[in-house]
Structure formats: structure tokens, C-alpha cells
Design a protein around this ligand. Structure first.
Ligand code: HEM
Length: 547
């Protein structure tokens, strides 16, 4: 028995070593592409690339090597970092199936959330998108605008209480995080996590615990594809539960709670719908939440287009996960940038005060909100210069030549397309294309909302950037683009429309804010050893209640 296990392991190692060697040989032509020197035999450039203070390194290599950069990954693996617009359009739109999410990403998401958008590929992924897309339409978002406003009013009340006796330093990220979580709970699932009322339920607590728990195991995500081949999920769970590994047990507990709670919410909705009781389908949101819309669409879809219940339940955790930290990072960045630019903050306030004065006292309609030019310019400029996710991963799934909009100089002369061998890792460099000087102009790296109030330079149109939002890649492009980008934009606009009208935000003199690089950028205080992200801003109440 021992001998045969040993032989299988040995054979497995030999196959793996042969595969790695073969792959390295196929990758040899990529070595002529310029890039920084590897600093470690084991981890290549990873430590420089994924360090919390990696922003300046990303800028430096972009400035030095341009739009296609050769990098070194684990054990000498060659990877490419790309911000060339034509190459990105080719990878994200034209040949999307040849450039998919890495297997570690989809497989770990499948074990954690189930077969949702973050875990499926190709035609399976397209089928899910087809059913989900209509739930995120402008019409549906229009009807959840009052909900966003009522949630932001709760944040307003919390802030009023904190600063009633004068300007105070407040960790605004904490409030924005709770708001983003509750917004996706109520508008996304038609449920409440109790995040703003301080009465968090099990589901809300599990969602909050998920990321810190997962981050303790993040380096193990890469082994998920191997684990998946080892046996069915149930068996793997039993084995995992028997291992003496507390972090893994915590992850299982958290994901089980998320699943149980999502299933309960789903089943209640479904049974009400089957009874024809649409009015009480949701605890909140009056049946306009994304999952209720999806559930109704699924029930009336043809057999081929319909998704199994399990796949709808899997979307619930996924939407909460994908829509919370991204949006709270974005709204926090908006308030931080406005605190750094008091004149622009005041100009925005004047636009908002006029809008509030000319309409209904209690609410701004969806049309008014999306039509405010300076508010829109501020959102676009902030999302261009400071995308919450600055890098995205892809893996090339076949040998393929990728065209470039400008030839690159290599050790063997210029190249106007690059041949990428199968299984090569690609890093899509969002911030580099969003701030490319030859596209956006010499002031590309400055925050200038006014650029959106005049026609954009011809170079922006000519670049044909494949992003779904504002000629940027902030929400990505192609078939895996962010499904919630309109949801996020609306939430950001509602938050600014209410908070900037009622409060002045300024920079704390005591603490300097530093944005950490990560899957999602997060603010923290320079020199602080606190692990939890935070954004301390001075908040002052303004007397604009009579508008
Ligand atoms: C400012 C806020 C947001 C930003 C910057 C953002 C950004 C992104 C990006 C860059 C992707 C592509 C990921 C990749 O290709 O690997 C993505 C995907 C996704 N986003 Fe967002 N997102 C935001 C808010 C939201 C919200 C509010 C929701 C849900 C309501 C959401 C749901 C999703 C989902 C489900 C995907 C996966 C789509 C797919 O694979 O088909 N996001 N997002």
C-alpha cells in the first residue's frame, strides 16, 4: 500500500516537473520582452508586485518598460503585464475564451460560493450572464434609488450624532463599509444584515468574517484546482474538518453559514412567489431586489435558459462579496479626494444644493441624480485615476498571437504582435491604461474632474479602450465586465448627493492617509500598525437642512 502511494506521488512529481520544464522552454521567446530583473528564484517579482506599497513599483515599471512588461512569477515562470489598448480589446472582447480567469480563482470561488459568475467560464458563464444582466438594468436601478437614499439617510443620522457638538474625526470607511453591505443586502437580496442598525444577524456576521478569514488562507487558493481533482466537495469537506487546521475550520464555518442563510432567504422568496404572493416576496425592497427579479425571470425562462436553484443561491454570496468592498473603497476614495480638494468639494456642494432646492425636499429622483454634470465628472475622474482594483489576472488558454497598437522594442528588434504560449499568466494593468499619457494627455496623472465637462481628446476615442465605463478599465470590459457597475455608480452618487450637502469633509492634521495596494485598494493611516483599513476624516455638520 505504502509503496503504491509512494509510486503515484513520485510519478505525479515527475509529470509536474516535465510539464514545468516544457512550459519554460515554450516561454523562452517571451524573455526578449523587456521587464524588471527577478529578485527571487522562488517568487520572482511577486513581492515587489503585490506588496501593500506596490503602487510606485507599478508606476516605475510602466514608465520604464511601457505597455507590455515581462515579469517573473513562481519558480521562473514568465508572465506579462499588459496595458496596450489593442491587446486588451483582443483579450477581453475578441478572443475572450482564450484569456480566462486563472483556475485557482474559479475553483476556489466554486468551493466557497458555488457555481456563480465568479466560478464559471465559457458558455456556462454566458448563460448565467444572459439571465442576470436584465436584473441590473437602468429601469430596475431607477426603482431602487429611494432605497439607497433611505440607507444613506441612516448614515447621515449616525454622523449627525457623532458631530453634533462640533467637527470630529470619524473613521468614514467603517460607515461606508456598513452602508455598502446593507445596500447590497437590501437592494441585491431583499434582505437585511442589520449592519446599519447595529443588530447584525448571522448572515451579516458571516459575510463580515469572510474576507479576514479568507485572507489568512489566500496563498493556499492556488492549490484549489488540485484539490478539486482529488474528489467531490462533500468528501473534501470531511477531510478538511479532520485536519488540525483552525483557519480552514473557520473558513468552512463561515461559508456554511453564508450558504445556509442564502438558501433560507431564497427558499422563502421562492415559496412566496409560487403561492403568487409577490407583494411580500422580500423583507425589504418590495420585490425590486436583484435576486427577486432574477428568481422571477428564471421561473419564466425556457428550460434551456433556466438556471438550477443552486446556481441562483451561489449568485447571492457572490453579489455581496463582489459588491461590498469595491463600492466602499470607491466611495471612501471619493470622500478622501474631495477632502483633499476643498474648492471642488464646495463647487459640488453648490450643484447639489441647487438640485435639492429645485426638486422634492426629501428625495432626488434617479433622472436628476444621473444628470448632475459636476457630480458625474467627479465620479468619472476619481474612478479613472483611482480604480479600486488596479490589476486583474488572466491565463492564456491556447497558443495565440496578440496584436499591439504600437510596436514594442525587444532584444531582437521591434514586435507589432506577441506570441503568447498556452498557460502563460497575464496581468491586466488597469491603472496604467487609465492614466496613459499618450491617451489622456500630459496631465493624465492629475485629478481634474473638468476634463469630463469638455469633449475628450481625440486620442481617447482613437484608442478604442475596451472598458464598459467612461473609456476606462475600472469596471473591466467584455463578457466578464462588472455586472454591478451601474448599481455601484448610483450608490456612489446617492452617497455624495446626501453627505456632501450636509457635511464638510477635511483632512485630519494628525494622521496621514495611505492607500494600500491589494485585490481592492484600502485606506489606512501611515505608520499605524492597525490591520483593519480605516479612513479618518474631519467631519463638520453644515446647516443646509432648510433646503
Ligand atoms: C466601484 C465598485 C466596483 C468596482 C470598481 C468593480 C469592479 C469590477 C471588476 C474590475 C470586475 C472584473 C473582474 C475580473 O475580470 O476578474 C468586476 C466583476 C464583477 N462585479 Fe464588480 N465592481 C464594483 C461593484 C460591483 C457591485 C456593486 C456588484 C454587485 C451588485 C458587482 C458585481 C460584480 C460581479 C458579479 C462580477 C463578476 C462578473 C463576471 O465574472 O461575469 N460589482 N467588478
Amino acid at each position: 500500500m505504502f509503496n503504491s502511494v509512494f509510486t503515484i506521488l513520485l510519478l505525479g512529481c515527475i509529470v509536474a516537473i516535465c510539464w514545468v520544464l516544457g512550459h519554460r522552454i515554450k516561454q523562452l521567446p517571451l524573455r526578449r520582452i523587456p521587464g524588471p530583473r527577478s529578485i527571487s528564484l522562488l517568487t520572482g517579482n511577486y513581492k515587489q508586485l503585490f506588496h501593500v506599497a506596490a503602487g510606485p513599483f507599478h508606476e516605475k515599471i510602466t514608465k520604464t518598460y511601457g505597455r507590455v512588461i515581462r515579469l517573473t512569477g513562481f519558480l521562473g515562470d514568465t508572465q506579462l503585464m499588459i496595458s496596450d489598448p489593442m491587446a486588451l480589446a483582443f483579450m477581453l472582447v475578441k478572443e475572450q475564451d482564450a484569456f480566462e480567469e486563472p483556475l485557482w480563482f474559479t475553483e476556489s470561488n466554486r468551493h466557497i460560493f458555488g457555481s456563480s459568475l465568479l466560478a464559471t467560464m465559457g458558455s456556462h458563464h454566458r448563460k448565467q450572464r444572459k439571465l442576470l444582466n436584465p436584473a441590473f438594468s437602468g429601469k430596475n436601478l431607477c426603482s431602487i434609488t429611494p432605497l439607497f437614499q433611505s440607507l444613506t439617510r441612516q448614515v447621515e443620522c449616525i454622523l449627525y450624532a457623532k458631530v453634533s457638538s462640533g467637527p470630529q474625526e470619524v473613521d468614514i470607511l467603517d460607515l461606508l463599509g456598513r452602508l455598502a453591505l446593507e445596500a447590497i443586502a437590501q437592494a441585491g437580496l431583499g434582505y437585511t444584515f442589520g449592519s446599519l442598525s447595529g443588530e447584525e444577524n448571522q448572515f451579516g456576521l458571516a459575510i463580515k468574517e469572510y474576507l479576514p478569514t479568507m485572507s489568512k488562507l489566500s496563498m493556499w487558493r492556488t492549490v484549489f484546482p488540485l484539490v478539486s481533482w482529488a474528489g467531490p466537495s462533500r468528501l473534501l469537506r470531511l477531510v478538511a474538518a479532520a485536519l488540525p487546521w483552525q483557519n480552514l475550520h473557520d473558513l468552512i464555518r463561515v461559508t456554511d453559514t453564508m450558504h445556509r442563510s442564502a438558501r433560507k432567504v431564497y427558499e422563502e422568496k421562492k415559496s412566496l412567489l409560487l403561492k403568487g404572493d409577490e407583494a411580500t416576496v422580500c423583507q425589504t425592497g418590495e420585490g425590486k431586489d436583484i435576486i427577486s427579479i432574477l428568481l422571477k425571470a428564471n421561473m419564466s425562462a425556457s428550460e434551456d435558459a433556466r438556471l438550477p436553484d443552486e446556481e441562483i443561491i451561489a449568485q447571492m454570496g457572490t453579489l455581496v462579496f463582489a459588491g461590498t468592498d469595491t463600492t466602499s473603497s470607491a466611495t471612501a476614495r471619493l470622500l478622501h479626494v474631495l477632502a483633499l480638494h476643498p474648492e471642488e468639494q464646495e463647487r459640488l456642494r453648490q450643484e447639489l444644493i441647487t438640485a435639492w432646492a429645485s426638486g422634492d425636499q426629501d428625495e432626488l429622483s434617479y433622472d436628476v441624480l444621473v444628470g448632475l454634470p459636476y457630480l458625474d465628472a467627479i465620479c468619472r475622474e476619481t474612478m479613472r485615476l483611482y480604480p479600486p482594483a488596479t490589476l486583474l489576472n488572466r491565463v492564456c488558454r491556447q497558443d495565440i498571437s496578440v496584436p499591439l497598437s504600437q510596436p514594442i522594442t525587444t532584444s531582437q528588434g521591434p514586435l507589432s504582435s506577441i506570441f503568447i504560449p498556452k498557460s502563460t499568466g497575464i496581468i491586466l494593468h488597469i491603472s496604467a491604461i487609465n492614466c496613459d499619457r499618450s491617451i489622456w494627455g500630459a496631465d493624465a496623472q492629475e485629478w481634474k474632474p473638468d476634463r469630463w465637462l469638455a469633449p475628450l481628446p481625440e486620442s481617447v476615442k482613437e484608442a478604442h479602450i475596451p472598458g464598459i465605463y467612461s473609456n476606462t478599465l475600472t469596471f473591466n470590459g467584455g463578457g466578464r465586465a462588472c455586472i454591478g457597475f451601474k448599481f455601484a455608480q448610483l450608490e456612489m452618487k446617492v452617497v455624495l448627493a446626501l453627505l456632501i450637502k450636509s457635511f464638510r469633509f477635511s483632512i485630519s492634521n494628525k494622521e496621514e492617509v495611505f492607500w494600500r495596494f491589494g485585490v481592492i485598494s484600502t485606506p489606512s493611516v501611515k505608520g499605524s500598525h492597525r490591520v483593519k483599513p480605516e479612513l479618518p476624516l474631519i467631519v463638520e455638520r453644515l446647516r443646509t437642512d432648510n433646503i
